[in-house]
Design a binder for this molecule. Structure first.
Ligand SMILES: C=C(OP(=O)(O)O)C(=O)O
Ligand SMILES: [Mg+2]
Length: 425
């Protein structure tokens, strides 16, 4: 028993940014330190993600309550971890996995497990008097990530007639993180002005980006170029673009075709979709495409990587689900060249860090990511710096659940002072 031993673990149900129930875990150590962590939730979830446990009673929050996960924390996890050393994160996460006993965390629920895993790490950092990013990453963690700000929301994240889910602005040419935030936010404001002028609607989607009445990627990217210029910058110089088509959402497994169901009903095989990306990447300064092919379409991923992998960062999200097993398969097949990291896809902090490590050792770039259903918890900002990932996507500049992560990174930038670096991955 030490002052870092876990004395008490509790959990509660709160709301996420979409007004759906989510879980918060609270860990108290012997020395009295208490820390909490909240769990986010996706909409365009990958089918191989760890299971998010929901109660399923349609009469209450449409079945989305997390009472069972809360109970699992209090009745099963708390007694198993009580008295354990919080600084032994791997041991804690191993115990959680043993207690769950399933491959996809369906017994305890990945939401119950992740909440506890993250709260244990935060309590440890706090008890040691260290900033969370420093505790998680050590002395070499000083790279502030380039923000990938999702300013146009389509797909499963809004009612816009757009099949591609995310259009991001990437202020990679900024000299510092805080300047990148300024370049991005100024462009976001210019975009609002343009949307107003053109009567396209300024309503927001789930990640705080606009959800305008536009139905093609060309129209969106042209508008983004105009917004960048209106803000006083040059597309491809200070500000680049990235897309997450989230193509698993519009893949039809029975015919093997991609179908633009939200817009013009166009239907195409992977090879034509890749041609389309290539044309877009020729016309616009697109430096990253995520989930350009669907989660089970490994052939499509191979075409995509062969045709675009030299020129564009190709990020696997639904494809890898932050899981070392799927990433290993990707490495063997030579698909993608980057991975999206979402801790709740895998369910513990240690496994998240293992996946990051595997990616880096195999030359895959790493981007930390929020979920479309977020919380005010800025853990992700610390994790991005801890991993020296160099890239983070956490929405636009218009909702506190998103801006909270950027604001935390601004604080970390200040904390790092001269040791902080920005802009390379
Ligand atoms: C953040 C994303 O969306 P969701 O959280 O809905 O999976 C994504 O697909 O990258
Ligand atoms: Mg995605």
């Amino acid at each position: 028993m030490s002052r870092f031993s876990i004395q008490r673990i509790r959990a509660r149900q709160l709301l996420d940014s979409r007004g759906n129930p989510t879980l918060e875990a609270e860990v108290t150590l012997e020395d009295g330190t208490t820390a909490r962590a909240m769990v986010p939730s996706g909409a365009s979830t990958g089918i191989h993600e760890a299971l998010e446990l929901r109660d399923g009673n349609p009469a209450r929050y449409g079945g989305k309550e997390v009472g069972k996960a809360v109970q699992n924390v209090q009745r099963l996890i708390a007694p198993a971890l009580q008295g354990r050393e919080a600084l032994r994160q791997e041991e804690i996460d191993h115990l959680l996995r043993e207690l769950d006993g399933t491959k996809n965390k369906s017994n305890l629920g990945a939401n119950a497990m992740l909440g506890v895993s993250l709260a244990v790490a935060r309590a440890s950092a706090s008890a040691l008097g260290l900033p969370l990013y420093r505790y998680l990453g050590g002395t070499g963690s000083n790279l502030l990530p380039v923000p990938f700000a999702n300013v146009i929301n389509g797909g499963a994240h809004s009612d816009a007639p757009l099949d591609f889910q995310e259009f991001m602005i990437v202020p990679r040419g900024a000299p510092t993180f805080s300047e990148a935030i300024r370049f991005g936010a100024e462009t976001f404001h210019a975009l609002r002005t343009l949307l107003r002028e053109r009567n396209l609607g300024t309503g927001l989607g789930d990640e705080g980006g606009f959800a305008p009445n536009l139905s093609s990627a060309e129209e969106v990217l042209e508008l983004l170029c105009a917004a960048v210029e209106r803000a006083g910058y040059t597309p491809g110089k200070e500000i680049f673009f990235a897309m997450d088509p989230a193509s698993s959402e519009f893949f039809d497994p029975s015919s093997g075709a991609y179908v633009f169901r939200k817009s013009d009903q166009r239907r195409m095989p992977a090879i034509h979709l890749v041609e389309y990306y290539k044309e877009l990447a020729k016309r616009f300064p697109i430096l990253s495409i995520e989930d350009g092919a669907a989660e089970n379409d490994w052939d499509g991923w191979q075409i995509l990587t062969r045709e675009l992998g030299e020129k564009v960062q190709l990020v696997g999200d639904d494809l890898f689900v932050t899981n070392p097993e799927f990433l290993r398969k990707g490495i063997q097949l030579g698909v993608a060249n980057a991975i999206l990291i979402k801790p709740n896809q895998i369910g513990t902090l240690s496994e998240t860090l293992e996946t990051v490590d595997l990616a880096k050792r195999n030359g895959y770039a790493v981007m930390l990511s929020h979920r479309s259903g977020e919380t005010e918890d800025p853990f992700l900002a610390h994790l991005a710096v801890a991993c020296n990932a160099g890239q983070i996507k956490t929405g636009s500049f218009a909702r506190s659940d998103r801006v909270g992560k950027y604001n935390e990174l601004l604080r970390i930038e200040e904390d790092l002072g001269k040791d902080g670096r920005f802009g390379h991955w």
